[in-house]
Design a protein around this ligand. Structure first.
Ligand code: ADP
Ligand code: MG
Length: 253
């Protein structure tokens, strides 16, 4: 997609869990070459939204379209294959396996129907192709020198980069990141922010759900604020910082 083109679009998304409305009438667009952050207090409905966008869950009403086509109702594997990739809040690694193989296996599982089929069909040529792709993505996130180490030996910040390398396999158009800065040291956050800035320059669309306000403010092109499941504000970081609804939600003003 060309820079500035809308790649992911949510219209009137509502998700009810019994009597609880976790998302209410949420609409926004994500464009190629931008970093969009969704922020909001605990329980605001951010993870629910993330699950709707990545087809892990379906909305009660409303629609999502990805690259101009409706995506509501696709499976997570199908939308991943079309170019929407996500990370999860908690890093899932095979700690004794190499960093390279962790990325290669993740890439493989992402693009296939499941483990059994994978195990049956993975021939040597395919294995070599996956390793080459994994190496390319590790270089892209700055972990190339760590490729042969056990994944369990990485610091948390590097594990997050590994997860992103995995999500970048097959060059998605959209990257969804669930609290990527959580638990990271300042230096690790800076490395992560630098990476996301580079991906934006390459034309990727990045949507992140994040608690860390400093991280979000320094990195994002635009911010959507969700409070009690509803969009309370949307704007540039400087507009959001001063927005009365944001001050109210975060500071109880
Ligand atoms: P956030 O990620 O912003 O902290 P969530 O999306 O996890 O918020 O949750 C929003 C609300 O929806 C919360 O009140 C939560 O308890 C509720 N919720 C989320 N998922 C479910 C579910 N599967 N069943 C019932 N309630 C849920
Ligand atoms: Mg959450």
């Amino acid at each position: 997609p060309a820079r500035g083109e809308v790649v992911l679009s949510a219209r009137g998304l509502t998700r009810r869990f019994g009597g609880l409305v976790a998302n209410r009438d949420l609409s926004f667009d994500l464009k190629a070459g931008e970093v969009l952050a969704v922020i909001g207090p605990n329980g605001a409905g951010k993870s629910t939204l993330f699950n709707l966008l990545s087809c892990v869950d379906r909305p009660t009403s409303g629609e999502v379209s990805f690259l101009g086509r409706p995506s509501t109702g696709l499976t997570p594997a199908r939308i991943a294959a079309r170019g929407l990739s996500r990370t999860f809040q908690h890093v899932k690694l095979l700690p004794t396996m190499s960093v390279l193989d962790n990325v290669a296996i993740g890439a493989h599982l992402r693009g296939s129907a499941g483990l059994l089929r994978s195990a049956l069909r993975l021939d040597r040529a395919e294995e070599a192709r996956l390793r080459a792709e994994a190496r390319r993505q590790l270089d892209r996130v700055g972990l190339g020198a760590w490729a042969d180490r056990p994944a369990g030996s990485l610091a948390l910040g590097q594990q997050r980069l590994l997860e992103i390398a995995r999500a970048l396999c097959a060059d998605p158009a959209v990257l969804l990141l669930d609290e990527p800065a959580a638990g990271l040291r300042l230096q690790e956050k800076q490395a992560l922010a630098a990476l996301l800035g580079r991906l934006r320059e390459e034309g990727l669309a990045v949507l992140l759900v994040e608690h860390d306000m400093d991280f979000v403010m320094s990195l994002s092109d635009r911010i959507v604020v969700v409070v009690f499941g509803e969009k309370a504000a949307e704007g540039l970081p400087d507009e959001i910082r001063q927005h009365p609804k944001v001050l109210e939600a975060y500071l109880g003003a």
